[in-house]
Design a binder for this molecule. Sequence first.
Ligand code: 13P
Ligand code: SF4
Length: 303
Amino acid sequence: MTDFELVEKINKLKKEKNAIILAHCYQNPEIDEVADYVGDSLGLSRLASKTDAEIIVFAGVYFMAETAKILSPNKKVLLPNRNSGCNMADMINLKQVREFKEKNPGVPLVCYVNSSAEVKAECDICCTSANAVDIVKSLGEKKVLFAPDCYLGSFVAKSLPDIEIISYPGFCPTHLRIIPDEIVKMKIMYKDAKILVHPECHQEVVKLADFTGSTTQIMQYCANSNAKSFIIATEKGVVDRLRRDFPDKEFILASDKLVCHNMKWNTLEDIYNSLLYGQYEVDVEEKIRLKALKSIQRMIEAK
Ligand code: 13P
Ligand code: SF4
């Protein structure tokens, strides 16, 4: 089947089955042709908690689909391709999060949504890259544990110097592929370009940024800025979308290595099969779901 035929069939199946397709902006750009919403982890979580659809097809990685299931237990949540995991989320399991807490008794734990349901169930509140600073601040504590991303943890610590952040040593292999030298070289070539960085990058890269934010925040910055060119230090999918949405502006990917292969597994054919055969259903044990739900809801409701 051609992509055009697949898009038609997917849209027909979506209506017949009362399904919604949520896509992260790191997905292959053709996925946008069938997506009802494209955004960052925070926007996608909010939408998953509100939709009336009976089926949510999550074009993203496993922890995102799992978060949707935690928020919408009565809906069928489908991950189109079984391989879509997240290396960072896999760096911390139940035993490791418990040990992290035991080493720091009485200190509240903020958990990045890039983690499993079991890990979320152990924390006090979740956060995404879009709201990590606000969430940590909202606790009003002097000391906070942060897991699993130590680089997002460093970004929060830098933004909130009065709070001691103790980070778990997890990281995103994709974002760590950007090295400061590459950005410096780019800046020499594109003197007027703004440097926009995802907070999962190394602090030395974040230091060079004109703006640091989530994928959606980076896209909003480009939409609102008068600048004409931008060096983008996050996954390639963001640059693909920016080039399509703002053809008069110039977007330079900070490094060719900025591809998250986990995110790129999902194809239009996978989405079609997902809707047709109801595969691959994501489920969360009820006891864990209820505990994880508290942490996610606390985040969604936080100001
Ligand atoms: P956002 O929070 O910007 O959606 O990013 C999620 C992610 O996985 C980044 O690597
Ligand atoms: Fe996980 Fe990194 Fe891929 Fe985001 S970019 S999904 S943190 S591996």
